[in-house]
Design a protein around this ligand. Structure first.
Ligand SMILES: [Zn+2]
Length: 502
């Protein structure tokens, strides 16, 4: 089995390190062993498609991508199911506001989500499913829960009886002592302190889409969707279920209750949850003006690979503080790696092989793998590669790097990039292919530069002046906007353009 790896400690004694994940269910870091050989069955809650994905969503999706890439790297065969929630309170509200059918409304955001995923180099899960294509599975599951006494009807809706299932609350550690019998909740989202019987099937309401089913006219509750779809493709018990930390309650708690009540078997063996993303130390919210979709960042000139790098750089169980400084640094880190690879491929080195450097490369690979084995510690995996790049650059400068070292170093870089996927400079081509950049247009990434020096600013102001003189005001406006993004304010006076830093 490729999962176990031999680690030699300084004393020369072999110890064995396995791949380990933090399991929300136990609150512990556990060795990972799939249910069946080297096959990993994994379910990830995808986007609720009522809007463009924001960077908090993509933090979770990048984590899940790194998870699946590393499982494959470790020799596992991954079967990942990702759902798209295309019927719930939010999607219905959005379609109503837009005055179009639900399916048309969600189609648009599903397409946008696919485009965003390509931009961020997110691998496509083996199975991507829409909730509205699985209404029958949901109805069957609800009927089963009714037959077993875990569900009851009221006013045309069907509810899960929390009291009938004593393990309820074990995932999110919910205290049920305040639970009033028969108290029910119809909304998809609610608080842990408000745990009550939740809705499995919602009776049709005026102006809402509904399905004609043996349960009556209505639509599924959000939670039953994921129970039905995950078990349909992955079986009653599967290996990994993951999502953002905010899904732990009520969504995942309810999924687990529904599934385990119906089957009498454990639903999921490892629950993995990614922490929140905050912006400049504050909760991201539209009212604070610090809310960014992926597209907002691209429109400001940031490169998708830099965004991916930043979102991947903090271990998933740590809160990620998103800042534009951090994004600039991410861009620079990527450039450093690309420059190193360029040097590694293009430069001529003396013949031979430096054994110390060979060992150094192997140690970096080991450190990178150890870090990811340890509950996907991406920060340490990055550090391992940057230490290696620094040492190799020094060795090259001092003429100690040899031709024979090249393949090993390239191999370590390639392995690292199988997980992080940022070394190929494909941003511009992809943005053009996906229609973000039109032919002949320039994708100016001023925002990706750190701070512009005075000379660079003067150069761009001169460029803007030339554009104005030839009547190309689109170009001159663009330069002005780019400079503003970089914190430089222009003022046109009779004697010319003056500038100052913000
Ligand atoms: Zn879900």
């Amino acid at each position: 089995m490729p999962i176990k790896l031999n680690v030699w400690t300084s004393a020369g004694v072999a110890s064995y390190m396995a791949l380990r994940f933090h399991n929300t269910l136990s609150g512990q870091v556990e060795d990972f062993t799939p249910l069946e050989g080297d096959k990993v069955r994994m379910y990830t809650c995808g986007l609720t498609v009522y809007d463009y994905g924001h960077i908090g969503n993509y933090r979770t999706f990048v984590f899940q991508d790194i998870l699946r890439r590393y499982l494959k790297y470790r020799g596992y065969e991954v079967l990942q199911v990702m759902n798209l929630t295309d019927v719930d309170d939010n999607t219905i509200r959005g379609a109503k506001a837009a005055g179009i059918p639900l399916r048309d409304y969600t189609d648009k955001f599903i397409q946008a989500f696919e485009v965003d995923r390509q931009l961020l180099n997110l691998e496509t899960p083996e199975i991507v499913v829409r909730a509205t294509d699985h209404i029958d599975d949901m109805v069957k599951l609800i009927q089963e829960l009714e037959a077993k006494g875990y569900a009851y009807r009221s006013d045309g809706s069907v509810y899960f009886s929390v009291r009938s299932f004593p393990p309820y609350g074990k995932l999110a550690q919910v205290d049920l002592s305040g639970l009033r019998p028969g108290a029910r909740v119809d909304t998809d989202k609610y608080d842990k302190t408000d745990a009550r019987d939740f809705v499995l099937w919602k009776a049709a309401k005026e102006g809402e889409p509904f399905w004609e089913t043996p349960l009556g006219r209505g639509r599924p509750g959000w939670h039953i969707e994921c129970s039905a779809m995950s078990m349909r493709y992955l079986g009653e018990t599967f290996d990994i279920h993951s999502g953002g930390i905010d899904l732990t309650f009520p969504h995942h708690e309810n999924e687990m209750a529904q599934s385990e009540a119906a089957t009498g078997k454990p639903f999921v063996r490892y629950w993995l949850h990614a922490e929140h993303l905050i912006v400049n130390g504050e909760k991201m919210s539209k009212s604070l003006g610090n809310f960014y979709t992926l597209r907002d960042l691209i429109a400001r000139g940031h490169k998708p690979t830099a965004i991916r790098y930043l979102l991947a750089s903090v271990p998933y169980r740590k809160q990620l503080n998103f800042t534009f400084d951090g994004l600039h640094q991410a861009q620079h880190s990527i450039e450093r790696l690309r420059n190193f690879r360029y040097r590694l491929t293009e430069e001529k080195f003396p013949v031979g092989e430096n054994p110390e450097l060979q060992a150094r490369a192997q140690a970096a690979r080991q450190a990178f793998e150890d870090a990811l084995d340890d509950n996907l510690n991406t920060a340490e995996a990055l550090a391992a590669i940057f230490d290696l790049v620094r040492d190799a650059n020094t060795a090259m400068d001092q003429g100690e790097f040899r031709e024979g070292n090249r393949p090993v170093f390239l191999d370590v870089l390639e392995r690292w990039d199988r997980i992080f996927a940022v070394l190929e400079d494909t941003d511009f081509a992809k943005l053009r292919q996906l229609g973000f950049v039109k032919d002949g247009m320039e994708f100016v990434t001023l925002a990706a530069d750190l701070i512009l020096d005075d000379q660079e600013i003067e150069k761009r102001i001169a460029e803007r002046g030339a554009a104005r003189r030839r009547g190309d005001f689109a170009r001159s406006d663009k330069i002005r906007a780019d400079l503003l993004t970089a914190g430089v304010i222009l003022e046109d006076t009779k004697t010319g353009t003056r500038w100052k830093r913000k």
